[in-house]
Every structure is written in C-alpha cells, then in structure tokens.
Design a protein around this ligand. Structure first.
Ligand code: GAP
Length: 533
C-alpha cells in the first residue's frame, strides 16, 4: 500500500488490542479449545519473539554490559523453608471476599467503594413453611431489583419463591461490603495465600508440601554466597535472574497484566551497610559509587530502570515514578519506587525498586543456621550486605509495548479510497520481526531467486520473514500489523530491466513513514544493522 496521506488516531482500546493479539498470533488464551483457564496465557509466534527480545535486551544491558552483575538460573520449586524464612508462608496473602449469591471471588482491597441504599433482611420463608434466618443485604438504588437479588439468594438456600422477612433500609457511604456487579452481600474479607501448593515425590502429605515460587528473588538470596565466591565479585555487585513465577491471584484481570503464571526479571544488588561505607568514605560524592549509601544506590537504580524503559521504546511521558508512602512499605523496607506505565486501563506497575536493607539475607541466616556474613577486605569489615531490588515483570512489559505500539491511521490508498491502517509501532530493537523480504511477483523465477538469496543472507542476522502471497499492498498490511519495521521488495529494477543504475538495488519501505528508498543489495546488512542496533 502506497499511502498518499495518513492521519493517526489515538486511543488504544483493550478490546482492539486483544483482538489483534489473537488475530496476528501475539497472545492466545491458554487451553483455548477447552474454554480457556483464567489467568494463564500462551504467547504465539510473534508474542514469543517479543518476549525473547525483552528478556534478551534486559540480560544484555543488565548482565553482559556491566562489570558488577552476574546471572543465575535457579529451580522453580525450592525447599519450603525458603518461604518460611522469607515470610511468604505466613504473609503472602491478599484479602478475599466472596459474593454470597454468585460465589464470585473478589480482592477485597480492589473493590470500588459504593454508596446508596442497603436493603437488609433477617431471613425468608416459603409457602411450604421452609425458613431461613440467614441475614442478607443488597446495595441497590432500585428496591425491586434489590428484592429480586435477595430472593435469588434465599433460593440458593433451598427456599422456593421465598417471602423476604424483616426488611430494613439504610443509607451507606463508601462501602466495600457488596458485589459491585449485583449489589449482593459479600463475606467479610479473609486472608488467602497466593502460593500454588504441590507435593514433591509420590506421597501427598504435609511433609512433602512444596510451592511453585511466587518470585524469583529468594533463590538469589539463598545462593548469594555460592555466587559471590565463584564469580569473585566484590560488594557492591548484583545477581540477576529471569524466570517464571506463580501466584494464585484472586482476580486475574486486564488481559495479561495480572496473571497466575508470569515471568519476572529480578536484580538483587548487594551493597555495603551505610555505617561501613561511612567508615571508609566520610562523605558521599555524587559521581563516585564507592562512596554511596543505600539511598544513592536506590536513586541510581530508579534512574537506570527508567532509562532502560525508554531504550526499548516506552516514552518518558507514559512512565511515572510512584514513591511508596511509609504506610505502604513493608516493615523492613526503607524505600520503594514503582515504575508505572499509562495503560489504557490506567497507570499501573511495571516494576518495583525496593531498598530492603539486610532483611532477606538475615532471615535466611537465621532460618538456615548458615552464615551470610561477607568479609570486605577493602573496608576491613564483616557484614551482611544490604540490598536494592529492581523487580520487573516480562508480561507486563510486553503488554505495555503492545499497548504503546498499537496505532490506527487513516490513509488514502493508491486507488484513492480512505482506509484504516493498523500498525504496531515497536522500536526496531524490540520488534518481533525485523525485516520482511518479498519478490514482486511469485511466478517470476528471476525475482524469486534474487529475493531468496537476500532472504537467506539476512535471516542469519535478523529475524526475517518471507512473503510472496497476495499483492505487495496486502503483504505490507500484514507486516504493519505485526510491527515489522522494514520491508524489502525485489522488483524488475533489481534485475536491471530499467537500466544498469538500478540493477541489484531493492526498495526498502519504512513501516512508520511508509516511504520507500532504493538501497544496493550488497549494503542491506549494514543499512539494517545501523537502524535495528
Ligand atoms: N521480589 C519482589 C517482587 O516479586 P512484586 O512487586 O510482587 O515484587 C515484581 O513483583 C513485578 O512482577 C511486578 O512489578 C510485576 O511486573 C510482576 N508481577 C507481579 N505479579 C504479577 C502478576 N500477577 N501478573 C503479571 N506480573 C506480575
């Protein structure tokens, strides 16, 4: 499609995005043929490439490009004592409340407060004399609807066409005790542990209980000394890990944003306790990391992470720093900053950067009986290192990139008709497919042979697609929808049919500007490399 003009429409809706993700193979619902399973997702061919690019870019920038970082790839199932030490067995829970009528489960702390009249009942009775004295209530503006809901509730208790008893009405303000969908009463909130339980070995008893890890971080803490010894890194240094995490979320929602199985990219960056740094360096010098205490390291990581998000194509204008209040912080945490992204459903967390003191290593020292003390031969001090933890979610980053990339443009095609072009404007570095190669016509062997030679050469270096079906306009449209930044067409000029000047040149069409330029096929690799990085 050669557009003469284009105008961009704003406003990605999640419906449009989820439809595109399915249509083009970014993300499918897990177990689709059996109706899906809530909170689980499968990444299709382009989603898998996108995720790999996110993880590879992070690993490259965080591990390979730094002298003070090494990697780890730990097991998902670990000794259950790890979760006792970390506090997850006791405290890793969300408050849940159930609708007494539909049994739907809600996260109590995420229910929007509601105000209005509440119809309360002391019980109900039916014509056969069967009675229930279970109290019930409905928050609804419409009395008839409130009564209908209450009757439906008593019917679930076995009454037929019940007569409601003891009706009283009162106004409530900002209540979170009612189902926002039908107004029915919810159970009081109860703590619900989010860890998935399983059994190790053939015997399913309490002594064999294990958990799917709810975060990758704990393995880093427990392996701190092993990694430090073999890598010969000196504090300050970090250990980075990418891997699956599992949380039995009460309400998975917003597409992949809150899933039950997801991937994390976590860093535990170990630093000296402030008193050790101050004994060595009495004053903080801004550009000398060796003089920094925890707050300088924390601020440094917040800035590093924000810059990384910009480097993968998320603009600063859509990123925000949310500083946790003292009340929101865990008792051991000194500070916490979330990197939030403006999703179509609101600004939500991509990553949390926490200053955790020596809490985690101290807990594991106490529970395992193994010393986590590190001898610092420069500072001549023995201490348990403190930690700064930048913890990001791969799936949330993928979703942010998809939301930001999704663009609809109104264009005028060559036939003069207005049409909508859907284009995924991924940064080339992160795009699932970097380049597509087309022969102008599939039934001209000379064109196909030239195009194949280019395709075979480029695919060794870049993720490259071959497309010879339909006309070139349709091929562009397909590549636009998966966000391929560059499309190469081999045409009759390439064969030298219009003269020797254009022989062995191809057209490269830019996804965003839709402009085409001619480039010598011998220069293609360098041309692409300089634009993709
Ligand atoms: N070790 C610290 C930790 O796990 P967290 O804030 O619970 O902290 C870190 O999780 C990141 O993991 C979040 O910022 C988010 O990107 C991702 N994450 C957490 N729960 C998730 C879920 N249910 N679905 C998708 N991503 C999730």
């Amino acid at each position: 499609m050669n557009a003469k003009e284009s105008s961009e429409k704003t406003g990605t809706t999640m419906e449009k995005l989820t439809a595109l993700c399915k249509r083009r193979g970014f993300i499918f619902q897990s177990s689709d043929i059996y109706g899906g399973i809530n909170g689980f997702w499968d990444y299709g061919p382009y989603g898998a490439e996108l995720k790999r690019n996110i993880k590879d870019t992070w690993w490259q920038d965080i591990v390979h490009n730094r002298d003070d970082m090494v990697g780890l790839d730990a097991s998902i199932i670990m000794h259950p004592k790890i979760w006792e030490a970390s506090g997850h067995t006791k405290q890793f829970s969300d408050p849940m409340a159930d609708c007494l009528l539909t049994k739907k489960r809600f996260r109590a702390d995420q229910i929007e407060p509601q105000s209005g009249p509440v119809y309360r009942y002391t019980g109900a009775m039916d014509a056969s004399g069967k009675a229930s004295n279970s109290v019930y209530a409905v928050l609804h503006e419409d009395m008839t609807k409130a009564r209908k809901t209450a009757k439906a509730y008593y019917e679930t208790l076995g009454l037929k066409d019940p007569t409601l008893q003891g009706e009283q009405v009162e106004q409530v303000t900002d209540s979170t005790g009612f189902n926002p969908e039908n107004g029915g009463l919810l159970t009081p909130p109860r703590a619900f542990n989010l860890m998935f339980k399983t059994f190790v070995g053939p015997v399913e008893d309490d002594s064999n209980v294990a958990y799917l890890r709810p975060e990758t971080a704990q393995a880093i803490f427990t392996q701190f000394l092993n990694v430090q010894v073999v890598s010969r890194k000196r504090v300050p240094f970090g250990i980075a890990q990418i891997g699956k995490a599992f949380r039995n979320e009460i309400n998975p929602r917003n597409f992949t944003f809150r899933s039950r199985e997801f991937e994390q990219m976590e860093i535990e960056f170990f630093i000296k306790p402030d008193e050790v740094v101050r004994a060595q360096y009495p004053e903080v010098i801004a550009d000398k990391p060796e003089t920094w205490g925890w707050s300088e390291w924390h601020a440094y990581w917040v800035e590093q992470r924000l810059a990384w998000y910009e480097s993968i194509g998320l603009p600063a204008a859509k990123l925000q720093k949310y500083v946790a209040t003292q009340k929101e912080l865990a008792h051991y945490a000194r500070a916490g900053v979330d990197v939030n992204f403006d999703f179509p459903f609101g600004a939500q967390e991509l990553e949390g950067i926490a200053a955790r003191g020596d809490y985690d290593l101290s807990q594991h020292q106490q529970h395992s009986g193994k010393s986590f003390e590190y001898f610092d031969d420069e500072a001549k001090a023995r201490y348990i290192p403190h930690v700064i933890e930048p913890s990001a979610g791969v799936d949330r980053i993928a979703l942010a990139l998809l939301c930001h990339a999704y663009t609809e443009e109104e264009i005028t095609g060559e036939n003069g008709k207005k049409e909508t072009r859907v284009v995924m404007k991924f940064a080339p570095r992160i795009a699932p497919v970097k380049v597509a190669v087309f022969p102008l016509l599939r039934n001209k062997p000379e064109l196909v042979a030239k195009a194949q030679a280019i395709y075979q050469e480029l695919r060794r270096e870049f993720v490259t697609e071959w497309d010879d079906s339909g006309n070139v306009g349709k091929r562009y449209r397909r590549q636009d929808e998966i966000g391929t930044p560059f499309c190469i067409t081999v045409d009759f000029d390439t064969l030298g049919e219009k003269g020797p000047e254009l022989k062995d040149t191809v057209t490269i069409r830019d996804r965003d500007t839709m402009k085409q330029e001619r480039v010598a096929s011998s220069e293609l690799r360098a041309w692409l490399k300089s634009r993709i990085g």
